[in-house]
Design a protein around this ligand. Structure first.
Ligand code: FES
Length: 162
């Protein structure tokens, strides 16, 4: 005899090669599984995002040119638009800027002293009460405070929930 029979593919180097292939396939399958499973798990249980809460917003100084010339400006109160109105000297008022009819953003006409919604010609007075057109409810009002930030500087307007 003299010839030893080695089974097909079982050379002396095979245990190392086979181990490497097994390791490579194992880690590849593991990585593939992780790359599919991780996004699915993140989608199924997304991280908790704390809800933004806002209690007040600073609206700038009382001599803001926008307030002096146009008579109003729209602020962002978190995700909510708020209309800040200068009704006269030292008279500042703030309301939710979303019309109570169909949620259009209102504006202020200082010549008529009316808050106006151009979507369906709705009107509110300076107290936020609906006076014309289809709006069914008054505008939500906000509290306005004037705050001295530094001596010799104009007061600043701070809008907060009423
Ligand atoms: S949305 Fe304002 S009047 Fe209709």
């Amino acid at each position: 005899m003299g010839t030893s029979q080695v089974p097909h593919g079982d050379s002396p180097a095979d245990p190392g090669r086979r181990g490497f292939i097994n390791w490579f396939l194992g880690t590849s399958i593991g990585a593939l599984f992780a790359s599919v499973a991780y996004p699915v798990l993140r989608f199924v249980s997304p991280p908790e995002i704390p809800e933004a809460s806002m209690n007040q917003v600073e609206a700038g100084p009382i001599n803001d040119p926008e307030l002096l010339e146009i008579g109003y400006k729209i602020l962002r109160f978190g995700a909510e638009p708020v209309i800040l109105i200068r009704g006269g000297e030292g008279d500042f008022r703030a309301f939710a800027a979303t019309c109570t009819h169909l949620d259009c953003i209102v504006e202020y006409h200082k010549d008529k002293k009316r808050i106006w919604c151009n979507c369906h010609n709705g009107e509110y007075n300076l107290s936020g009460q609906q006076v014309a057109g289809p709006p069914p409810r008054p505008l939500e009002s906000f509290k306005v405070d004037l705050v001295v930030k530094a001596v010799g500087e104009p007061e600043h307007i701070v809008v907060s929930r009423a």
